[in-house]
Design a protein around this ligand. Structure first.
Ligand code: FAD
Length: 356
């Protein structure tokens, strides 16, 4: 929708085909934690979609905790349904045409490819566009399960809790997100390579004593399984076909968040398509441009993911001890950036140089 809005605003004719009857259907399968900086940069009105404000996170390992908290709001919990509806109405206002209830098949795509200057697959983690045009596969996914509870004992309402336990949430983690003092979300992810059912692991997760305590007088309102790509495709442009967002694997491997990078790449795709149509500049520019802008950050997210996903609970305890001992909680609370680890790295190096 962001790509459609940007293209339509530059005077390019855009048709969006969406298989669901409402653009917001299914949005409850994903969470909506998005950095304040990221939301401001995307440029879609989000104030009406805010569910809660977040100023930090508590990270739990086997028996240790890291408390990373800022004095300011760092991120929002966004109602994903309202947000995508706003994205769609801004796209429509710019002149994009949105056809809901319209599922494209591989045969439709092959036919459409010659009718349009460019085709963009923004069709999610299991992309029909990528499959139809033989894009290289995504090798690593996280299987998720996410549920909402009312009547919960939420505790602090401005921090998320992240639970690292590789013996249960293989290569990923569990989370709890406060919506209000008594409404919350719980979720987890597991590496698809473990071939386990995310709901079965979730049923064990909610029995952890600290989780069971929060849920003791609650009701489960909804629960959904889904998936997140954990790596980018090696190619995201073939001829006049481009991939954007989860279809391209443009997510953060640390958390699986895909809105900030996906929408940033959508803007780059819109710019590349506009230059292709108006000036004949090849669409391969998109591939270079998005990797130049986000490639290093995605690489750092992958490195951080590799660190926690290869650590046993005992090793996570030791890592947490070291982070605490060197004042990491305060540093991350002040300088942490959930989208751009390179900013933290620069600040860390700068601080090291200053204190030498
Ligand atoms: C449990 C979970 C928690 C998450 N939490 C966060 C978070 O807190 N913050 C964050 O930034 N990100 C989060 N994400 C990731 C985020 O949801 C995705 O990165 C984002 O939705 C990707 O957007 P997209 O437009 O690329 O794909 P999608 O949101 O998957 O949209 C693809 C669209 O294409 C349509 N479509 C698919 N196939 C066809 C077809 N053949 N014909 C027509 N239409 C089709 C689908 O109906 C869908 O509407 C989470 C994901 C999950 C699963």
């Amino acid at each position: 929708m962001i790509l459609a809005k940007t293209l339509a605003a530059s005077g390019i004719e855009v048709d969006v085909y969406e298989s669901k009857s409402n653009v917001s259907d299914g949005s409850e399968k994903a969470s909506g934690i998005i950095s304040k900086i990221g939301l401001d940069r995307i440029g879609v009105e989000y104030k009406k979609s805010i569910v809660n404000k977040l100023s930090g996170a508590i990270l739990h390992s086997g028996s240790r905790k890291l408390r990373i908290k800022s004095n300011d709001t760092k991120a929002y919990v966004i109602d994903r349904g309202k947000y995508v509806e706003e994205c769609a109405s801004e796209a429509k206002r710019e002149g994009a045409k949105i056809y809901t209830n319209t599922r494209f098949s591989p045969n439709d795509l092959i036919r459409l490819k010659d009718q349009y200057d460019a085709i963009v697959g923004a069709d999610g983690a299991v992309s029909t566009v990528a499959k139809t045009f033989s894009f290289p596969p995504i090798g690593s996914y996280v299987l998720t399960y996410k549920a909402e509870y009312s009547g919960a004992d939420v505790g602090e309402t401005d921090v998320v809790d992240l639970f690292f336990d590789n013996t249960m949430m293989h290569n990923f983690f569990g989370w709890s997100v406060p919506y209000s003092h008594d409404i919350m979300e719980l979720g987890l992810g597991i590496d698809s390579a473990y071939k386990k059912n995310s709901k079965a692991v979730f049923d064990r997760f909610v029995k952890k004593p600290e989780i069971a305590e929060m849920l003791k007088s609650s009701n489960m309102v909804s629960g959904h399984a889904s998936m997140i790509p954990l790596e980018t495709r090696q190619k995201t442009v073939i001829g006049n076909v481009l991939l954007v967002g989860d279809a391209a694997g443009q997510t953060k491997a640390t958390t699986g968040g895909g809105i900030v990078f996906g929408s940033g790449c959508a803007s780059i795709a819109a710019d590349s398509i506009t230059r292709y149509i108006n000036q004949g500049i090849p669409l391969s520019r998109y591939e270079r441009a998005w990797r130049r802008k986000y490639g290093f950050e995605m690489f750092l997210h992958k490195k951080i993911h590799n660190l926690y996903s290869s650590s046993s609970p005992a090793r996570m305890d030791r890592i947490f001890n070291v982070v605490k001992a060197i004042g990491g909680e305060k540093f991350l609370g002040s300088y942490g950036d959930m989208d751009r680890p390179s900013i933290m790295l620069k600040r860390l190096i700068f601080r090291g140089l200053i204190s030498d």
